[in-house]
Design a protein around this ligand. Structure first.
Ligand SMILES: [Cu+2]
Length: 126
């Protein structure tokens, strides 16, 4: 069984593997404190484009883990941080799972996780 990092259950992951780029934004018109998609599977080398509404100043995004109501920034996360502007991107090269959160609203559920899978599997080799 896989750990549910930042409350991302296995069934909740949206499979976007094989796509050159994937967008993640808090763009729900009804509820601005959720990332869409919140939990996503991508391939190694996918460019992840983050967008914040109205901006990252209001929703500072960090790579790291929320556990027991505490958010911990992971200084080694390839997601890094976005604290200003409205868009940013990272190319995620190595496989692994990389959780992320909004530093202001993680307690409201504004967090997610990105699973990066090897290109071998991304090409449908199963
Ligand atoms: Cu936020």
């Amino acid at each position: 069984m896989t750990l549910a990092l930042n409350n991302c259950l296995d069934a909740e992951f949206q499979d976007r593997h094989g796509q050159a780029q994937v967008f993640i934004a808090n763009d729900s018109p009804a509820y601005p404190f959720v990332y869409r998609p919140r939990c996503v599977i991508i391939s190694e080398g996918t460019r992840v484009r983050f967008a914040a509404i109205p901006d990252f100043g209001m929703h500072p995004l960090y790579g790291g883990l929320v556990n027991d109501g505490q958010a911990t920034i992971d200084p080694n996360s390839p997601i890094g941080s976005f604290t200003s502007g409205t868009e940013g991107e990272r190319m995620l090269i190595e496989s692994g799972e990389f959780p992320y959160f909004c530093d202001f609203h993680f307690a409201a559920g504004m967090m997610g996780s990105i699973r990066v899978i090897p290109q071998l599997f991304a090409d449908g080799f199963d």
